[in-house]
Structure formats: C-alpha cells, structure tokens
Design a protein around this ligand. Structure first.
Ligand SMILES: *Cc1c(COP(=O)(O)O)cnc(C)c1O
Length: 356
C-alpha cells in the first residue's frame, strides 16, 4: 500500500489469539479468567457517575495507584498505571531500551517483545532457553537491558526469586523488566519484594489474567521512583490520560478485594493440577505449570489443534521451531477442562482406529 511509511511496511505485527463471536465456544487460547470479576467491581461500575465522563480522567490514576500501593505494600511513588500491561511494556521499551543493543530476552517467550523491539528500534539478543525450556540467569550478564516474563509464556515455567535477583544484581547499569502477568498463579515469590533494593528493576503486572478484567485493559508497573518518572515522561509524549475513569474505578475495586483474588486463583490452580494429571494419564508430557495455562507436548499438535477447533474448543498452537509440537491451553472452569480432556481422549481413540 503506497501510503504506508517505510517503518510501517517493515513491521511484523503481533498476532493475537482468535476472539470468536457467537455462542458455545470453549475459549482456552488467550489465558482469560473463566470466573467473573470481583463483586466489588460490579458494585463500583454500576454506581459510577456517568455525568462525570464529560471530564478527562486523572492522568496519574491516583486512586488506583494508592490501591495498588496498599495491596503490594509499596509507596504510591513506586507505581505506574496504563491502559494494559502491553502498553506499560511498550512504554518501558521506549523509555529504557530504544536505540540500545544487546537487550536480552528469551527466544521462547511472549510474542510481543520482538514486535516492540522492531517498532522502537531495540537491538534484541534472543537467548536460547534450555532443552527443558528453562531460563538460566548466567545467560543474562552484561546486558544493556533485560526483559523476561516470569512465569514465562508459553512455557508456564518460572524462575525463583534468588534467580531473578541474580539477573538484577549482575546488571546494575541496565534496566531489568520482569513481566509478572501470571505471578498470582505461581508458587515462586514476586520480585516486587526486590524493588526497594534494586533501582534497575521494573516489575509489570496486569489485571487481565488473575483479576478477570481483560476487557477493562489495565496494567501497571512497580519500580524505583526514578524508573516511574521515566515511564511518565514517555507516557506524556504519547497519551497523558491512558486510563479512563471506569477502568481506574474497576481496577481499584478489584485489587482491594484480595480474598476474592485468592479464592479464584486457588480454584484455577486446582483445576490446572487436575488437568495436568488427566493428560499425563493419557500419556502426554506437560510442563510443570506456574500459570493459568499449560504447555503440553503432542505429536501432530497442529492436527490436535484443528480437531479441538472442530469441536468448538480453541487452544493455541505456533508453527515455529521447538514449539510446533506443543499446545498452550488456558485453564477454564472445572467443566471446560473436563470437556477438553474428553475431546482429547476422543481424538486419541479416533487416531488409534485409523492406525489399525
Ligand atoms: C497477557 C500478557 C500480557 C498482556 O496483558 P494485558 O494487560 O492484557 O495487555 C503481558 N505479558 C504477558 C506475558 C502476557 O501473557
């Protein structure tokens, strides 16, 4: 198309998971939460003052920042909020990585990192994960920047806090961005515990997964006030009001309800472990997950993906080296996962019949 800029022509945009319209789908492809948002979110959004929408929202998201600070035991000046953690991450790439080389990330990780690398002129160094998909802190020394998803996607594996600390401590002159989109489902401790000690650590989080608010688009970062200022600088060169009033209210209500968060995460973790056992009993290798999804090995994973799709179950499959014989499957309700496992059994039976 002749109107595109050279930069836009060169981009390879991120391909998001399908969002099918219509009823009857079991959607296990974008790691959304199968449970509704906290009751407190319903309350504040129903009571919201619609008349006030004529005014711009608070660009600093003050109410939300203080709710996040209180929930995570950090000062408000350690908090930055934006319209999704994808936006927080994109702003972090611009603030800390633009124009740099040797910004290290894992070769098997979140598919948006290479896209931001391209659009914001970041020289990314893709470090190979081990044969078991693990990340080794020793591979991340002498970087000009680091970005790691912990737990990682799509592998579902996580680094322990001491391993994270090693990466942060060995790179005092580079910003380490730790994307904790799935931390509420993990056994490992959050690196938020380290931000007061390390000025170069920025932890990003989202309300999309554990808080059941993918539709509200709210993300945040926790880090030293100096890093937060850097993010604000770039934000104010792009959009000074990234979060609308309703999003600020809804997210603040969600994070102020830790009991509901714990309860729904516990249910998902329980369903996850049951699903892993059921698949292992069928002979599948499944990575030990610390997220709200699983990464399962399957020969002909592409065929299994299509079979599930025909049965109105959507998983995620990538036609890429090293991961093409795996499926990533989000954890739905107990019932969703029973239907999924039954469908996988049916697939195995039909395949066996064809072979004899
Ligand atoms: C889902 C996801 C995000 C994005 O979350 P949003 O706040 O919905 O943009 C970021 N990082 C990883 C690793 C994710 O899986």
């Amino acid at each position: 198309m002749k109107y595109l800029s050279e930069k836009a022509k060169r981009l390879t945009p991120y391909v998001a998971g399908l969002q099918p319209q219509g009823e009857g789908w079991i959607k296990l492809n974008t790691n959304e939460n199968p449970y509704p948002p906290a009751p407190s979110v319903f309350d504040v959004l129903k009571a919201a003052d619609i008349e006030k929408l004529r005014l711009y929202p608070d660009g600093e998201s003050g109410i939300l920042k203080s709710a996040i600070g209180a929930a995570l035991c950090v000062g408000e000046d350690y908090v930055f909020c934006a319209n999704s953690s994808d936006e927080v991450l994109a702003l972090a790439f611009q603030a800390f990585f633009s124009g740099k080389n040797n910004v290290k990330t894992a070769d098997i990780s979140y598919g948006f990192y290479p896209v931001w690398g391209q659009i914001y002129d970041v020289g990314l160094d893709f470090v190979s994960v081990g044969s078991d998909f693990s990340i080794s802190p020793d591979d991340y020394k002498n970087a000009e920047g680091v970005v790691i998803a912990n737990p990682n996607a799509p592998t579902s594996l996580a680094l322990g806090l001491s391993q994270v600390e090693k990466i942060v401590a060995t790179n005092p002159d580079a910003v380490v961005v730790l994307d904790e989109a799935y931390i509420d489902f993990a056994r490992v401790e959050s690196a938020v515990a380290l931000v007061q000690r390390y000025k170069n650590l920025l932890v990003t989080r989202t309300f999309s997964k554990s808080h059941s608010l993918a539709g509200l688009r709210v993300g945040y970062a926790i880090g030293d006030p100096m890093l937060i200022d850097g993010l604000c600088r770039v934000r104010d060169a792009f959009n000074s009001y990234p979060l609308d009033k309703l999003a600020q209210l809804g997210a603040a209500a969600a994070i102020s309800n830790p009991a509901y968060l714990r309860e729904t995460c516990a249910k998902i973790i329980d369903t996850r472990e049951k699903t892993i056992s059921a698949l292992q009993n069928l002979g599948f290798e499944v990575l030990p997950s610390q997220a709200n999804f699983i990464f399962m090995q399957a020969t002909d994973a592409g065929i299994l993906y299509e079979y599930l799709l025909q049965n109105k179950i959507i998983a995620r499959h990538w036609n890429k080296p090293r991961v093409d014989d795996y499926l990533r499957v989000s954890i739905g309700t107990e019932n969703d996962m029973e239907v999924f496992v039954t469908c996988v059994k049916q697939y195995l039976n039909e395949r066996q019949k064809k072979q004899v």
